[in-house]
Structure formats: C-alpha cells, structure tokens
Design a protein around this ligand. Structure first.
Ligand SMILES: CC(C)(COP(=O)(O)OP(=O)(O)OC[C@H]1O[C@@H](n2cnc3c(N)ncnc32)[C@H](O)[C@@H]1OP(=O)(O)O)[C@@H](O)C(=O)NCCC(=O)NCCS
Length: 213
C-alpha cells in the first residue's frame, strides 16, 4: 500500500470512493439513511471538494493505483463552527440536517477554541477505508501520517468529530484525547424520541483532539 497526498487529478475518484463507502457506512449517515451505496449526495460532495482543496488529505492506493482508503483533512477556524448552522439550514435534506445539527451543536458546546489558544485547527474530517481493505491497519496509518502533515504545516491542534467506536479507538491509539462526548440516545425531539437510531456498537459521539508541540 502506498500513502500519498491527494492531488486534484484524483479528486473525482476520491469522491466516488466516498460515495460507495463512507456516505453509506459512516454510523450517522447510516442511521439517517442519508443515501444508498454508490449514490451521490450534493451537500456531502460539496464538503468533500471543499476539504480536498485544503490540500491536506491523504489516500492509500494499491499497486494498481486503486483507492483503498482516504482521510480527508481540512482547516477549521473558530468562525466556521460559529457560522455552520447558517449553511446547515440552507439544505433541504432533513436527514442531512439531523446529522449536521448534532455535530455543530456538540462543537458549539465543546468550544474547542475557547479551551486552546490557537487561531485554527487541523480537522480530521472523513476517514474511510474500502470494505475490501478493512482490518489491515490502513485507517490507523492514515491518521498517523496526517499528523506529520499537520506538523509540517505548523498546526498546533488537531481535532476530529468521531462518530463511531472504531474511529474513536484509532484516534486514541494515535494519542488523541476526548474533549467532549455525547450519547446518541440523548439526541431527542420534543417528545423525547431519539432523532437518530445509531446502530450498536456505536453509542456516542466524541470530539477528540491532539495538541502538537
Ligand atoms: C472505521 C474504518 C475507517 C476503519 O478502517 P480500517 O482500516 O479497517 O481500520 P484499522 O485496520 O486501521 O483498525 C484500527 C483498529 O480499529 C479496530 N477496528 C476497525 N474496524 C473494526 C471492526 N469493524 N470491528 C472491530 N475492530 C475494528 C481494529 O481492530 C484496530 O484495532 P487494533 O489497532 O487494536 O488492532 C472503516 O471501518 C470505515 O471506513 N468505516 C466506515 C466509515 C466510518 O465509519 N468512518 C469513521 C467515521 S468517524
């Protein structure tokens, strides 16, 4: 497996990989029934391309240059978190809003930029390994190598909204710590009904961070 920075000529291949893997498999997307495998999703794709343009993302490719896994990393500033709701509410997809309201509300409460005196953070945003290549340590290696990129670009803080137990484990094994967590069964509507029924073993969202010396 070879690990490379994702360059513009592979952006469309990366988004195709994500639509057959991450878009369907990520625990919150799955709980919301956001899209069927291989189907696109306008807002998610937009987020992918915007993130890719930060030029901090990595892919693992096999000997045929096929994409086995990707980690989309982006830069996040305090105002991105403060203003995210305006963008979320522009979407006409209720399933998308359920997911991104939860993530944004959690970020607002956790107030990472209030906890750490930095102007920007390196965000580990979408971690995805093709079903045929899982369980070989690819995700772990993508996170490890992303830290090197963050250091090269002089970031002092890395963060991630980890929605599933495996990404939480992978990030912790790379030295990330929990800033805040939220149990999915507490995300309820006005009648106390859960808004997202997230499948076990994924029971909580964690905001994880790593300070880089
Ligand atoms: C989560 C995901 C990226 C893991 O990719 P991967 O390359 O298979 O993960 P790794 O092989 O690097 O595994 C790292 C660790 O997690 C554990 N792990 C990963 N997936 C697991 C699974 N399905 N069941 C049990 N353990 C798992 C591994 O055992 C390993 O632990 P170890 O270091 O103690 O041996 C992949 O399953 C995926 O793409 N899932 C769908 C998208 C998603 O949920 N992304 C994360 C959202 S925040």
């Amino acid at each position: 497996m070879e690990y490379k920075l994702i360059t513009e000529d592979r952006f469309d291949d990366v988004v195709a990989h994500l639509s057959t893997n991450f878009f369907a498999d990520e625990p919150l997307n799955k709980a919301a029934g956001l899209c069927r495998r291989g189907e696109g999703h306008r807002e998610l794709e937009q987020l992918c391309y915007e993130t890719l343009k930060d030029n901090l993302s990595l892919m693992a490719v096999n000997e045929n240059n096929d994409i086995a896994g990707v980690l989309l990393n982006g830069v996040v500033y305090p105002q991105d978190i403060l203003q995210a709701h305006e963008r979320i509410e522009l979407s006409d997809d209720e399933r998308f809003k359920k997911i991104f309201r939860l993530l944004n509300e959690h970020n607002l409460r956790a107030n990472i930029f209030g906890n750490f005196n930095v102007a920007r953070a390196f965000e580990v945003r979408m971690l995805s390994v093709d079903g045929r290549f899982r369980g070989q340590g690819i995700a772990k290696e993508l996170v490890r190598r992303s830290e090197t990129i963050a250091r090269d670009f002089e970031f002092k803080l890395m963060k991630a909204d980890a929605t599933g137990i495996f990404s939480q484990k992978i990030l912790k094994s790379n030295g990330f710590k929990v800033l805040s967590e939220f149990y999915y069964d507490k995300y309820t509507d006005e009648f106390g009904k859960p808004i997202l029924l997230v499948e076990a073993p994924h029971i909580k969202l964690q905001l994880l961070y790593k300070l880089l010396e």
